[in-house]
Design a protein around this ligand. Structure first.
Ligand SMILES: Nc1ncnc2c1ncn2[C@@H]1O[C@H](COP(=O)(O)OP(=O)(O)O)[C@@H](O)[C@H]1O
Ligand SMILES: [Mg+2]
Length: 141
């Protein structure tokens, strides 16, 4: 019988992001998968922090969204990719939103730029009326 080669690219988990409890669930799931992939110590904390910020934005500024987590292998590197999507109002000026200290709320305005610094790859696609999608990855060193 042909066995499937052990691969870390198989599991994609999608969870809904709608309220505070989902932020906690997203952190836990991210940590679980990141550990499975091989991340340790500080990296686990950095990943959880980035996930918290982006999921919190979904809960605060949109009303609903989803997060998909995938363990990935790209050539010789292994890592984890998160796609966080919402169907909220979108961001009309993404460049401005990515600036340290910019906030339309009462918070610090460090969520998006912070997450970008904490992860290795970071992409945001958003426009007014189109919702927001953040895709970010961290690679094992
Ligand atoms: N998912 C989102 N949908 C709509 N607007 C968003 C979203 N995420 C971020 N924003 C906008 O970008 C700004 C900056 O976000 P962020 O850097 O996390 O700082 P903060 O959340 O402290 O305001 C927010 O104030 C908000 O206007
Ligand atoms: Mg924020």
């Amino acid at each position: 019988m042909l066995e499937r080669a052990a691969s870390v690219t198989d599991d994609a988990i999608t969870i809904p992001i709608e309220g505070d409890a989902d932020i906690v669930a997203a952190r836990l799931k991210s940590r679980q998968l990141a550990k499975q992939v091989g991340f340790t110590g500080t990296d686990l904390v950095l990943i959880a922090t980035a996930i918290s910020e982006i999921t919190r934005n979904i809960v605060c500024y949109a009303t609903g969204g989803q997060m998909t987590l995938t363990a990935v292998t790209e050539g010789r590197r292994r890592g984890i990719t998160f796609v966080m999507r919402d169907q909220g109002p979108g961001i009309s000026d993404v460049q401005q939103a990515m600036r340290d200290g910019f906030s339309t709320g009462k918070s610090l305005g460090l969520g998006l730029p912070g997450a970008r610094r904490l992860m290795d790859d970071f992409q945001i696609v958003s426009s007014a009326g189109q919702g927001t999608t953040v895709t970010m990855s961290k690679w094992l060193r």
